[in-house]
Write a protein that binds this ligand. Structure first.
Ligand code: NBP
Length: 482
């Protein structure tokens, strides 16, 4: 046994993660169900590994793979989420010894992680659910790593992960998020926030083009400009890149030749499902997920287009182009603050529900680099939690509160203009409604309570004294204490 760590599952993610680990000085055992991928990796990258002080130790069989790892073993599983992950774990378990650590580095649902952790714990094994963000490129050059499982497991796994993670201001973007499913839960919310971020960017693009009259290449310039300010982030930078790209075949802007139906692998949906269970209004993420679904309903879209196509054309809205561009920037920033505030609320609620002690500031810290939502903005969130670890909502912290106050008029103008012009902006509009909902003195929830009491005797509370009350709606309308 020579390797300090092992990795099975050498598709794009596993292969790059293995290279990253090896060239950062670790000897890593590698295995893949289809052995050719293992052989190719070892042949192509053994020199690279040695230059970094590490080594790739390939095995064709799972038995040889396990035997080549030092005990207690740490084994990363990087295969397709769901059944393949269970299949690999089932094959591995009989070959392992007490105290070994199995790490699922795929995109598992956190409830699967909870189940697997329990099953392996009963066998004397440690199980870690680990979220890895940053896609292929991140896996190779430095991902953001959200590690669940026990403290003990992190003591073994952590140093290797911290040596391969992205680094921002000298801090590696890898942390022990919390026990059992916490790592995968946080990774799930990360992906949900990524959905919201992308939807907000897409709505900005649509508005700038449809209402502002800018061409994709001009919008690319706008995004470049935005990337030099508060909005600076990987996704904003990438948006400029994609918008500037021209299709080689037709010479048209690339964005015009791509079918406008957004796909999804499911992490956005999981985030929304979990938020519904937790009772956390993550409206930005939910609208972003539904917007992707809507885009895929081609038949309904065609029917509605045919029926209502002229309706929006009657409402062209005149705007001052430069003013409008700046208004959209402010609306994007304020909506983004809402989406992140909601995402962090969900992590806090999940931690409470599952008994995970999650340091929210450390989550913002490890999302600053390596992952898809990396952004300057996360520094501000990190600072907010450093100042007030138990803050009620990110929205009311001084920096974000000022940003929202400064942008709120523009935000309202953009939402109103979009409504008049018939441009769909579900994420912008729902974020503004969320903000207004939170800041409003009295909500019409009082009327809902009245209706519930009327049809179902569900009772209500009063503003002026304690207790639960019911009005005898069908009788003499006297109020009774319930
Ligand atoms: P895939 O998700 O496409 O999975 C392919 C790997 O799973 C191959 O190594 C394949 O082996 C193996 N596999 C399958 Br499928 N069924 C198996 C089974 N029954 N037994 C053993 N091995 C099996 O690879 P990926 O895109 O590299 O992603 C890996 C994980 O990382 C996934 O959970 C994914 O959700 C997650 N992730 C991906 C990204 C990304 O950007 N792609 C980002 C973050 C996280 P074979 O070669 O023999 O077919």
């Amino acid at each position: 046994a020579t390797a300090t760590i092992g990795l099975t599952g050498l598709a794009v993610m596993g292969r790059n993660l293995a290279r990253n680990i090896a060239r950062n000085g670790h000897t890593i055992a590698v295995h893949n169900r289809t052995a050719a991928k293992m052989t190719a990796l070892v042949e192509e990258f053994s020199d690279e590994a040695r230059e970094g002080g590490g080594e790739l130790v390939g095995s064709e069989s799972l038995e040889d793979f396990v035997a080549s790892i030092q005990q207690p073993r740490t084994i990363l599983v990087m295969v397709k989420a769901g059944e393949p992950t269970d299949a690999v774990i089932d094959e591995l378990v009989p070959l392992l010894d007490e105290g070994d650590i199995v790490v699922d580095a795929g995109n598992a649902h956190f409830t699967d992680t909870l189940r697997r952790q329990q099953a392996l714990e009963e066998k004397g094994l440690h199980f870690v659910g680990m979220g890895v963000s940053g896609g292929e490129e991140g896996a190779l050059n430095g991902p953001s790593i959200m590690v669940g499982g026990s403290e003990h497991a992190y003591e073994n796994l952590g140093p290797v992960m911290e040596s391969i993670a992205a680094v921002v201001d000298g801090t590696p973007c890898s942390t022990h998020v919390g026990p059992d499913g916490a790592g995968h839960f946080v990774k799930m919310v990360h992906n949900g926030i990524e959905y919201a971020d992308m939807q907000l960017i897409a709505e900005s693009f649509d508005l700038l083009r449809t209402v502002g009259g800018l061409e994709p290449a001009e919008i690319a310039d706008v995004f470049d400009e935005w990337n030099r300010g508060d909005l600076e982030s990987f996704l904003i930078e990438m948006t400029a890149d994609v918008l500037r790209h021209t299709d080689a075949e037709t010479g048209k802007p690339f964005v015009d030749v791509v079918l406008d139906q957004a796909e999804q692998k499911g992490t956005g949906r999981w985030t929304v499902q979990s938020a519904l269970d937790l009772g956390v209004p993550i409206t930005g993420i939910a609208e972003a997920t539904f917007a992707r679904s809507l885009s895929g309903h081609a038949e309904q879209r065609a029917a509605a287009r045919e029926m209502f196509s002229t309706t929006s054309e009657e409402h062209t809205v005149e705007v001052d182009r430069d003013v409008f561009v700046d208004q959209v920037r402010a609306a994007l920033y304020a909506s983004k603050v809402v989406a992140y505030a909601q995402g962090f609320d969900q992590i806090a609620a999940g931690a409470e529900e599952h008994g995970w002690d999650i340091d929210l500031g450390s989550i913002a810290t490890i999302w600053r680099g390596g992952c898809i939502i990396r952004a300057q903005f996360l520094d501000r969130i990190k600072e907010a939690y450093a100042e007030e670890p138990d803050l009620t909502t990110l929205l009311t912290t001084p920096y974000f509160a000022d940003a929202v106050k400064d942008g709120v008029d523009a935000w309202r103008d953009v939402v109103a203009t979009a409504a008049q012009a018939g441009v769909p902006i579900p994420a912008f509009a729902s974020s503004l409604s969320y903000f207004d909902g939170l800041r409003r003195g009295r909500l019409p929830a009082a009327l809902i309570q009245g209706l519930r009491d009327n049809f179902g005797a569900h009772t209500y509370q009063r503003v002026d004294r304690d207790g639960s009350f019911h009005t005898t709606w069908a009788g003499d309308r006297t109020e009774q204490e319930a």
